[in-house]
Ligand binder design. Structure first.
Ligand code: 5GP
Length: 190
């Protein structure tokens, strides 16, 4: 997606530890015009799938998923990352290691929001080592719902997440894939 590449080239900042900061347009301040284009793009990619629900993970996936969901006209469910007094009843859980926070957490989704006849589109901002996506895949598999695919805004192709998600049998569609990045250079996959 050329527009997204332009934003990353213009506003993205590479931080030590293979972190790309895109705070100014994607996951702190959010550029809604760009997010709408992202929503359209995912709608085109997954047009032939009868998506019933979008599943993402807090926090940075939520805003993106909500905009994408408007193009599919379906609800968004987000996995929570910790026990909350608001969460009652039965939960699907999956342990997960956070790439950016460098710690383990449990992803939680209430069983009443993913049903066996759902066809779920997974959405997230980044794919790095794939742990967040694998936790979402695990949760959907527990629920016996189907996974229509996974839509990622930025995949860091030099980390293992892409391979792990594809090996799990999920159709992975990333709007841009970064093959390498450093302070002075950022290479997109063509
Ligand atoms: P993974 O589970 O694939 O290792 O990491 C994915 C999660 O970590 C995403 O939900 C995203 O929020 C965060 N993340 C991974 N890499 C980056 C990055 O380079 N920049 C930012 N801003 N977040 C990242």
């Amino acid at each position: 997606m050329e527009l997204l590449k332009e934003y990353i080239r213009k506003y993205g900042v590479v931080r030590p530890g293979n972190i790309l900061k895109v705070d100014s347009f994607l996951n702190h301040q959010m550029d809604i015009a760009l997010l709408n284009r992202i929503g359209e793009e995912f709608k085109n990619i997954f047009a032939d799938k009868k998506i019933t629900k979008i599943l993402t993970i807090e926090a940075s996936g939520i805003g993106i998923a909500c905009i994408v969901a408007q193009y599919f006209n379906v609800p968004v469910v987000f996995a929570k990352k910790s026990e909350s007094l608001n969460l009652d009843g039965d939960l699907y859980t999956s342990k997960c290691f956070s790439f950016t926070k460098n710690r383990e957490y449990t992803a939680l989704v209430s069983k009443k929001y993913i049903l066996p006849d759902d066809n779920i589109l997974l959405i997230d901002d980044f794919l790095a080592n794939g742990r967040a996506m694998l936790a979402l895949i695990d949760i959907v598999n527990q629920s016996k719902a189907k996974i229509a695919g996974a839509g990622i805004v930025i995949e860091k192709g030099f980390q293992e997440g892409g391979k792990l998600v594809r090996d799990a049998g999920v159709q992975l569609e990333s709007l841009v894939v970064i093959d390498s990045m450093s302070d002075s250079d950022l290479v997109f996959r063509e």
